[in-house]
Design a protein around this ligand. Structure first.
Ligand SMILES: *Cc1c(COP(=O)(O)O)cnc(C)c1O
Length: 254
C-alpha cells in the first residue's frame, strides 16, 4: 500500500467514526447510513485506492468526468451516483454511466431518462438481450432516482423548488422505468454547521409529507450531509451522506 492509501484508510476510519457517533447520539443504527465518496476532480487511481479500503458508493457531479474515468475503473464492483445537475441532452449518457441519478429536478428530465431506458431495453431485446455498456439496464431494471430539492435560496443553485416536489413525485411515480426512492438536498454553506439543521429538517418533513400522500410509495432515502455537516444531517434523518473533502482531501484542479 502506498503512503497515500494509508492516509485514505485513516480518513475513511475517521468519517465512519463520525457517522457512528452521530447515529448513536440520534438513537439510530450506523448501518442505516450509506457513505457515498464524492470523487469529483480525483483521479481513477485515488478512486481505486478508496475502493480498496472498502468504499462501495461513489458520487460524481459531471457526466463527462465520469465518462473520462470509466475505462480506468471498469473492474470496480461499486455503485455510482450522479449528484450534479444533468442537462437534458446528457440524459441518455447519464443512464449508461450511473446506477442512480440523485439530482433529478424536473419532469422533463425524468421523462427523458424514462424514455432512454425504454429505448435501451427495446434495443437490447432486438440484439437478443445483450446488456449495455455497464451491463445493468434490462427491461425489468428500473433506474433509481432521487429528486433534488433546492434548499439554498441562492438563485444559481440547482434543484426543484420545495413547493414543486409533490407534483414531481407524483409524475415520477407514473414513469414505468424510474424507481423514485427519496430526496436529496444541499443546504447553504454556514461556518457553524448547526445552522444547516433547519434545512435538513425541511427536507425530512417534505419527504414525510410525500410518504403520507395517498397512493404514494414510501420514499426511504434522504441524501443529505457533506464533509462539514454530516453529524447534523444524520441527526435529522439522513440515510446517505455525500462526503468528498473529508475522505479524499482537498479537491484537485481539473
Ligand atoms: C462536492 C459535493 C459534495 C461533497 O462535498 P464535501 O464538502 O467535499 O464533502 C456533496 N454533495 C454534492 C452535491 C457535491 O457537489
Amino acid at each position: 500500500m502506498s503512503p497515500k492509501s494509508g492516509e485514505l484508510t485513516e480518513n475513511v476510519l475517521r468519517v465512519r467514526e463520525r457517522i457512528e457517533q452521530a447515529a448513536i447520539r440520534a438513537g439510530r443504527r450506523p448501518e442505516e447510513i450509506t457513505l457515498i465518496a464524492v470523487s469529483k476532480t480525483h483521479s481513477p487511481r485515488r478512486i481505486q485506492e478508496m475502493y480498496e479500503v472498502g468504499i462501495r458508493h461513489f458520487g460524481e457531479n459531471r457526466v463527462q468526468e465520469r465518462e473520462s474515468k470509466l475505462a480506468h475503473l471498469a473492474g470496480l464492483d461499486a455503485k455510482w451516483h450522479m449528484i450534479g445537475h444533468v442537462q437534458k441532452n446528457k440524459a441518455a449518457r447519464a443512464v449508461r454511466l450511473f446506477d442512480s441519478i440523485d439530482s433529478v429536478d424536473s419532469i422533463a428530465l425524468a421523462e427523458r431518462l424514462d424514455r432512454t431506458i425504454a429505448d435501451l431495453a427495446a434495443r437490447n431485446q432486438e440484439r437478443g438481450n445483450v446488456s449495455n455498456e455497464i451491463g445493468e439496464i434490462a427491461s425489468s431494471n428500473r433506474l433509481r432516482v432521487l429528486i433534488e430539492v433546492k434548499l439554498d435560496p441562492e438563485p444559481a443553485k440547482s434543484g426543484a423548488a420545495p413547493q414543486e416536489v409533490p407534483r414531481l413525485a407524483e409524475a415520477f411515480q407514473r414513469l414505468p422505468n424510474l424507481d423514485l426512492r427519496g430526496l436529496m438536498g444541499v443546504p447553504p454553506y454556514f461556518g457553524d454547521p448547526e445552522e444547516t439543521r433547519p434545512y435538513f429538517r425541511q427536507l425530512r418533513e417534505l419527504r414525510n409529507a410525500l410518504g403520507a400522500q395517498a397512493a404514494a410509495q414510501t420514499l426511504p432515502i434522504l441524501s443529505m450531509g457533506m464533509s462539514h455537516d454530516l453529524e447534523i444531517a444524520i441527526e435529522e434523518g439522513a440515510t446517505e451522506v455525500r462526503i468528498g473533502t473529508a475522505l479524499f482531501g482537498e479537491r484537485e484542479g481539473m
